[in-house]
Design a protein around this ligand. Structure first.
Ligand code: ADP
Ligand code: TYD
Length: 209
């Protein structure tokens, strides 16, 4: 039986996920909760190795379905080795990206459609987030925020790809408004952090018997 709280952060590259995860994690730790921060692709030794293959700019010839399956494989390992055991112990798990990223980037961005959810279903086996914070940003604005750092294989995709990713996220939000909280990522870091804290406090209250 799952007892913890599973929170994921989603949004385009440069939307502010890492910034907000660090703030929320610190806030919850200071409040005395057991918190585990992790990220995708990655979070286990095996998943970090898969991350290296996925994001290497040298791997330009990777087929879309190979990419989809590697993300799913990294996720499967993370769920079984880290996320599920932590939730069973009552930990609050905060993950930088999860299944929604594969729907947005592989199903919409690469055009793989419904195969993505089906393939991921095997590895996730029902372990879905209780709350997803979707930081919505125009891809060009997100890109300009991270223009100073090295671009990985996915970040260097053309604008049209990132527009499809945005459409994917918006469709997910339309489909799952209860799970997904959509926030304008153009607001100040402090304002966004405050809205997230309030939502998470509410979810923690609801979880308590
Ligand atoms: P992500 O993890 O989604 O790629 P980051 O948290 O690394 O995004 O943020 C990307 C850049 O944008 C960083 O330089 C960060 O300081 C900055 N940033 C994050 N949130 C905001 C915001 N709300 N307004 C302006 N800049 C921001
Ligand atoms: P990362 O450095 O974590 O990006 P960011 O800091 O912007 O979150 O790199 C992860 C990249 O992988 C990012 O461009 C999104 C992409 N991605 C997918 O295409 N599918 C997925 O399922 C996941 C988890 C990530």
């Amino acid at each position: 039986m799952k007892q913890g709280l599973f929170i994921t952060f989603e949004g385009g590259d440069g939307s502010g996920k890492s910034t907000q995860i660090n703030r929320l994690g610190q806030y919850l730790q200071d409040a005395g909760y057991h918190v585990l921060l992790t990220r995708e692709p990655g979070g286990t030794a095996i998943s970090e190795q898969i991350r290296g293959i996925l994001l290497d700019p040298e791997n330009g010839e990777m087929a879309p379905m190979t990419e989809c399956m590697l993300y799913a494989a990294a996720r499967s390992q993370l769920v079984s080795q880290v996320i599920r055991p932590a939730l069973e112990e009552g930990t609050i798990v905060i993950c930088d990206r999860f299944l929604d990223s594969s729907i947005a980037y592989q199903a919409y961005g690469r055009g793989l459609g419904s195969a993505v959810e089906e393939i991921n279903g095997y590895g996730i086996d029902g372990c879905m987030p209780d709350l997803t914070i979707y930081l919505r940003i125009d891809p060009k604005a997100g890109h300009s925020r991270i223009s100073g750092r090295d671009q990985d294989r996915i970040e260097s995709e053309p604008d049209a790809f990132h527009e499809r990713v945005l459409q994917g996220y918006d469709s997910l939000y339309e489909k799952y408004p209860e799970r997904i909280l959509c926030l304008d990522a153009g607001q100040s870091i402090e304002k966004i952090a405050e809205i997230i804290r309030e939502e998470v406090q509410e979810r923690i209250r609801r979880r308590q018997p």
